[in-house]
Every structure is written in structure tokens, then in C-alpha cells.
Design a protein around this ligand. Sequence first.
Ligand code: SF4
Length: 67
Amino acid sequence: MKVRVDLDKCVGHGRCYVLAPDVFGDDEHGRCVLKCEAPPPELEAQARLGEENCPEGAIQVMADDAS
Ligand code: SF4
């Protein structure tokens, strides 16, 4: 699994790093910082939770073989 965050879309709601703190963190402005670009299996559920709950659609989770 790969995770991407489009920082042009991120406005700093903070839902991702509250719900999935092992995959997402925050910078000094409250915007998302990706902690883990390639989550191991035990963090995949957190990555998906972040994607599903970002109101801006800024988080994208892809299979490993996606480009
Ligand atoms: S939930 Fe979305 S908009 Fe909010 S901080 Fe995370 S990536 Fe940014």
C-alpha cells in the first residue's frame, strides 16, 4: 500500500492525524504531514480511515502496484 497527501487540498481539519496518528501527523499550521508513505499491514486500516475521513479528499491510498 502507498499513501499520498495532496497538500494543495489539505486545509488542516486534522481528522486524519486524530483518527490515524501512526500514519499522519501535523505541522505547526495543523496541516497533514505524512509519517508513513508505505504503511505496513498493521497500519493499512489507519491509512484507509484517514482517506475516508478527509473532508477535502486530499488523501489517496493506492495498492503497491499502482503508479
Ligand atoms: S483530514 Fe485532510 S484536510 Fe484535514 S489535515 Fe488531514 S489531509 Fe488535511
